[in-house]
Write a protein that binds this ligand. Structure first.
Ligand SMILES: *[C@@H]1O[C@H](CO)[C@@H](O)[C@H](O)[C@H]1NC(C)=O
Ligand SMILES: *[C@@H]1O[C@H](CO)[C@@H](O)[C@H](O)[C@H]1NC(C)=O
Length: 495
């Protein structure tokens, strides 16, 4: 047990509602198309407001601070129709138009704009249909060729899915992972951007920003040296064969975890070697049980909720200086408590769940990291995120495509770190402090990584006029037919 438990002392918890001046610095909500890079804002999408319990003004504050999922705006079709998609580094497919009938909160799902494919001149439908199964929910989609505009970058003939039946996923998804099975089934967004000369490498950088700051950014083919501290640490992506379930994802090796206390002293775990993948579609991180327990037992006042599996923390903890730390080689990414906590419906949830199968660093990690995902060279480059202006630099091509430029922001003073102080090998018993209140309702923790794909029918070969007509009709009235086909084709694949 760490001295952090002292933080739970009454005085420190009496801080009241967190500083709510979330929008002190309005972010540049612009999209920049530079020389070989495209910058697009990334915004936290609020959870649906609860019907009761929280007063209206508090709901607004809460909405700004939840950081439940992150969205990117795109335009689809001709003329372009504006849509918001969940940004997901855990799956490769891009699709739109979830059906809201089976959403957790239908009115939330219905509140987002939908793509009316009958109004697009550039739509070319195929007959191919798949069911994409995510950690939470699934979507049966029909593939079409369409024009996708991200910022001022126009991607033509991009294959995307149109939702036919969706369960539990309230928004479409912009998928940026490598092909999970290791084989490109078709050119994904990054592939097309490169082949159409919009970017030079299949690489992008992601800066989710903190829950208090609305202006995160996704930069295709570029980095922003005004958004991180020090050097970018190059971490090789694990080959598919070496990942826990043989799936090709943005997996790197984590070498330690730790905590920095409000007084600046830090403690870290033994040297470990844990494969983790970086998943912007995951609201929370998921780590092996001993690490999860080591974190949970460090926060006194944490109460385990048997219903949801969450640990609720006294919200005052989130307002304390201090961080949850992740080590990669020589690099440490310190996630301030406020970013590691998931703020939802007035509750503060510890930003980690147990997972011994496929460990994930989700948004509760990514908010504090600046990450360059380089698919061409199979490296991730990471640094501590910060904000000290904007200096966009294009990523070229070749093995050293990601510029090794030092971030312009200055480092926080280093802390003395006590090695081995956080024991992540201990076996701990079941939690004793149990949450007995009424928890948040109707919430979801992001789509989670794509897990399986159930093959549907048809092919993605160049569309023909007749397939366009047939599929166009299929989209409209064919769901019964599609469902039957899917049921007959559960060949699928499992990871
Ligand atoms: C649809 O696809 C066909 C075959 O590839 C192509 O000739 C046609 O130009 C496409 N139509 C549109 C609107 O993109
Ligand atoms: C999709 O989700 C629904 C609801 O949970 C379930 O009934 C259905 O079997 C799922 N489909 C697939 C292919 O996993």
């Amino acid at each position: 047990m760490l001295p952090l438990s002292l933080l739970a002392a009454a005085g420190l918890l009496a801080l009241g509602p967190a500083s709510a001046s979330a929008s002190a610095v309005p972010g540049p909500n612009l999209v920049v198309r530079g020389d070989g890079f495209i910058r697009s804002p990334v915004n936290a999408i609020p959870e649906p407001a609860p019907k009761i319990r929280v007063r209206q003004n508090e709901v607004e504050i809460e909405n700004q601070r939840t950081g439940t999922r992150y969205g990117v705006d795109i335009e689809l079709g001709t003329p372009g129709q504006k849509l918001t998609l969940i940004l997901d580094t855990g799956s490769p497919d891009t699709w739109v138009n979830p059906t809201c009938q089976f959403a957790n909160v239908p009115r939330d799902c219905e509140s987002y704009p939908r793509f009316d494919y009958t109004k697009s001149r550039s739509l070319n439908a195929t007959k191919a249909v798949d069911t994409l199964v995510y950690g939470i929910g699934n979507s049966t989609i029909q593939y079409v060729y369409e024009t996708v505009k991200i910022g001022s970058a126009m991607i033509t003939n991009q294959i995307i899915g149109i939702g036919l039946e969706t369960h539990s996923i309230p928004l479409g998804i912009l998928g940026l992972s490598p092909p999970v099975r290791g084989v490109n089934e078709y050119p994904y967004i990054l592939d097309t951007m490169k082949s159409q000369g919009l970017i030079k490498s299949r690489a992008f950088s992601l800066d989710l920003r903190t829950v208090d700051s609305p202006d995160g950014a996704l930069i295709f083919g570029g980095i922003d040296t005004g958004k991180y501290i020090g050097s970018l640490e190059k971490l090789p992506m694990l080959p598919k064969e070496k990942t826990p379930r043989g799936a090709d994802r943005y997996y790197v090796t984590m070498s330690g975890v730790g905590l920095t206390l409000p007084d600046g002293t830090a403690t870290r775990s033994q040297q470990i070697s844990v494969p983790v993948f970086l998943d912007s579609g995951g609201t929370l991180s998921r780590l092996p049980t001993p690490i999860f327990q080591a974190f949970a037992s460090s926060f006194e006042g944490a109460e385990f909720d048997e219903r949801t599996g969450f640990y609720f923390l006294p919200c005052g903890v989130a307002d304390l200086a201090g961080s949850v730390d992740f080590y990669f080689g020589n690099k440490v990414i310190r996630v301030p408590f406020n970013d590691f906590v998931w703020h939802v419906q007035g509750f503060c949830v510890l930003g980690v769940l147990p997972d011994d199968e496929e460990p994930v660093l989700g948004d509760t990690f990514l908010r504090a990291a600046y990450v360059v995902f380089d698919q061409d060279n199979r490296n991730l480059h990471i640094a501590q995120a910060a904000n000290c202006g904007t200096n966009l630099v294009a990523i070229g091509s070749g093995t050293d495509a990601v510029p090794s430029q030092t971030g312009r922001c200055t480092a926080r003073p280093p802390s003395a770190t006590q090695a081995g102080g956080l024991d992540v090998t201990a076996t701990r018993g079941a939690p004793t402090a149990l949450f007995t209140g009424e928890g948040p309702t109707g919430i979801g923790v992001g789509p989670g990584p794509v897990a399986t794909r159930v093959s549907g029918s048809g092919s993605l070969a160049a569309p023909t006029e007749s397939s366009k007509n047939a599929a166009g009709k299929g989209i409209e009235v064919g769901f019964g037919m599609v469902a039957a086909v899917v049921a007959a084709n559960v060949l699928g694949w499992m990871i």
